[in-house]
Write a protein that binds this ligand. Structure first.
Ligand code: ADP
Ligand code: NI
Length: 222
């Protein structure tokens, strides 16, 4: 671990917190804090580089394409510049920027062709765990409301997107998002510990959807 690890990480934390307090889409600073904590835990189990993992977790949503008008390069570039100008460690800055670019979900049928680094696997699992279970349900409905998306509809069917471009253009319901992404995540976890936590959170979402179907009379569970 770098001698200055704690100093760099706490400066990054302050920067990210200041820039992410105002958010109502489920991408607020508390999401980052949860991902950071979970990623650290997974990294310890997997023997990943903690400086890379912690910086990537802290910066991973600094400017998400879903919220910044569609630019996927802005977030990685902000992280790269902050890290290189505050630490001088160009290699760490480039590695973290690449992780931030690589980890987002890119569609049900869009499978990454490159094996992610162990550090990317830790951050991706931590981010995905925060998209499922009780917190995942809460975040999905917050996101849907912020984007004025219907909660559910019998007329709009889920789509398993073939490519990232198709996924980015999607225009559906929040309940469909469970079928298009959230329910697929448990089988796409990278690490054994991520898979274990995901199993429980997945079961909770299945229960939620079954109850939602029963209470509304709208078939949303399949
Ligand atoms: P990723 O980088 O994999 O997209 P994020 O940390 O940006 O992950 O968070 C994605 C979360 O945002 C989703 O899991 C969900 O909670 C929310 N979200 C994204 N798109 C939608 C959508 N169309 N409807 C409801 N929630 C959504
Ligand atoms: Ni995130």
């Amino acid at each position: 671990m770098l001698k200055s690890h704690d100093l760099i990480v706490s400066a990054a934390q302050r920067y990210v917190r200041e820039n992410m307090l105002e958010d109502y889409t489920g991408h607020d600073y508390l999401h980052v804090e949860r991902v950071w904590k979970t990623a650290k835990h997974i990294a310890q189990e997997c023997g990943a580089n903690s400086t890379i993992v912690e910086l990537a977790a802290l910066f991973h949503d600094i400017s998400d394409y879903k919220l910044n008008g569609g630019n996927e390069n802005t977030g990685p570039e902000i992280a790269r510049q902050w890290i290189s100008s505050n630490t001088g460690a160009i290699d760490i800055a480039d590695t973290v920027a690449r992780i931030i670019r690589d980890i987002p979900f890119k569609g049900a049928k869009s499978i990454d062709d490159r094996e992610p680094s162990i550090e990317a696997q830790c951050v991706q699992d931590a981010d995905r765990l925060d998209a499922i279970g009780a917190i995942g349900i809460a975040r999905a409905f917050a996101f849907g409301a912020a984007f004025k998306q219907p909660m559910m509809s019998e007329d709009i069917k889920p789509v398993l997107h073939e490519s990232f471009d198709e996924y980015k253009k999607k225009n559906g319901t929040t309940v469909n998002h469970f079928h298009e992404k959230l329910l697929l995540l448990k089988d796409r976890m990278n690490t054994p510990i991520g898979r274990r936590i995901a199993e429980k959170r997945h079961a909770f979402m299945m229960d939620f959807l079954a109850n939602l179907s029963n209470e509304t009379g709208i078939a949303v569970a399949d």
